[in-house]
Write a protein that binds this ligand. Structure first.
Ligand SMILES: C[S@@+](CC[C@H](N)C(=O)[O-])C[C@H]1O[C@@H](n2cnc3c(N)ncnc32)[C@H](O)[C@@H]1O
Length: 336
């Protein structure tokens, strides 16, 4: 197909009301087919047909995770840029657009509520649940190694849960604060910190998408087993990057892609792990540079079905050149 034909395919694909609505809704973040049918109020076969056309034209990308297929605007330079241009010009005060946005918010709110209910219900047994699929001791050891033995400065643990990460890094940090939106989780975190005598660590109720901190105020930010629960991990990374000092470090521990579908239904997971491509794409959008990636395959001591945990260390772009070079090398070794 020559470039004129490609351009016409893109225009034809976008030039239909349902497809335009799909593009507009998906410009606000990744969604699966079921969510899109709820938002647009149309049947699943119909929505699927339109999505297929948009993908074929290169305006959308699809990505399968277990039984879900997730759609988002294409990253591809040509069609992706066109998709964004089209969406920017959709009349914002149009009746249908406003209704789609309001239903999108309802879908997201329902998801947030279900996840919050899950954490409130499971705060008491979270420490047991967390160790079902991973060998925690291995992950914690690797986290300590990846961040190195130096002083960490001011540390922020986002989605701190029962505060385990604060305990782990308490000795190495000048101050350590954990943020969580679940009061129940925080009750356990406070008790754990008190018991361990970690006076310079504290936890606060808050939203990791909207942190109560100034720009460039933290040396290290950590997400430990949090991103796969979130609706919008990229927005969370943007917020983390905002509060990091230049050269500050972000450490993420999360599952590699897997197929344990029941984690969605029974344990509120939104994503079945996070792929390398996905994470690196988010880093680059949020102005973060990958420094090191470490894959920790399941060991015999995980109690249930084991999952691989990946650690991702990135640094807020700025003074990163030396680190980056070192990283690329280490990363390649880790991946072998
Ligand atoms: C799976 S737990 C992980 C807890 C801890 N990092 C750990 O590994 O043990 C995820 C935590 O993120 C919290 N969380 C989810 N969404 C959040 C938000 N928007 N703001 C703050 N915390 C959030 C949940 O309440 C929950 O405690």
């Amino acid at each position: 197909m020559d470039s004129m034909d490609k351009f016409l395919t893109v225009l034809r694909a976008a030039g239909e009301k349902t497809r335009l609505r799909l593009l507009f809704v998906l410009s606000h973040g990744e969604l699966n087919v079921k969510e899109l049918t709820q938002i647009l109020g149309q049947s699943q076969p119909r929505i699927s047909r339109h999505l297929k056309l948009l993908c074929e034209a290169g305006l959308l990308e699809r990505h399968r995770e277990g039984s879900w297929v997730l759609f988002r605007l294409a990253d591809d330079l040509d069609a992706g840029r066109m998709a964004r241009l089209i969406v920017e010009n959709v009349p914002a005060n149009d009746k249908t657009t406003l209704r789609d946005l309001s239903r999108l918010e309802t879908v997201r709110e329902t998801r947030r509520r279900q996840a919050a209910e899950y954490f409130n219900e499971h705060a008491g047994d979270w420490d047991t649940i967390r160790s079902l699929h991973i060998d925690e001791a291995d992950v914690e050891q690797a986290m300590l190694e990846v961040l190195g033995g130096d002083r960490l400065g001011d540390l922020l643990d986002l989605g701190t849960g029962t505060g385990r990460v604060l305990e782990l890094f308490a000795e190495n940090s000048d101050s350590a604060v954990g943020i969580d939106s679940s009061h129940e989780m925080l009750t356990y975190a406070r008790a754990n910190l008190q018991k361990g005598g970690f006076g310079h660590c504290q936890v606060r109720h808050g939203d990791l998408y909207n942190l109560p901190y100034d720009n460039c105020s933290k040396d290290v930010v950590i997400f430990h087993q949090v991103l796969h629960f979130l609706d919008d991990p990229l927005a969370a990374l943007f917020e983390a990057a905002r509060v990091l000092k230049p050269g500050g470090r972000l450490l993420i521990a999360d599952f590699a892609p897997h197929e344990l579908e029941f984690l969605r239904d029974q344990h509120a997971h939104r994503r079945l792990g996070i792929s390398e491509i996905q994470m690196e794409g988010w880093f680059s959008e949020a102005g973060l540079s990958l420094v090191r990636r470490v894959a920790l395959p399941p060991s015999g001591s995980s109690q249930g079905e084991g999952l691989t945990v990946t650690l991702w260390l990135s640094v807020l772009s700025g003074e990163t050149d030396a680190l980056q070079i070192m990283t690329q090398r280490e990363e390649n070794e880790d991946v072998q």
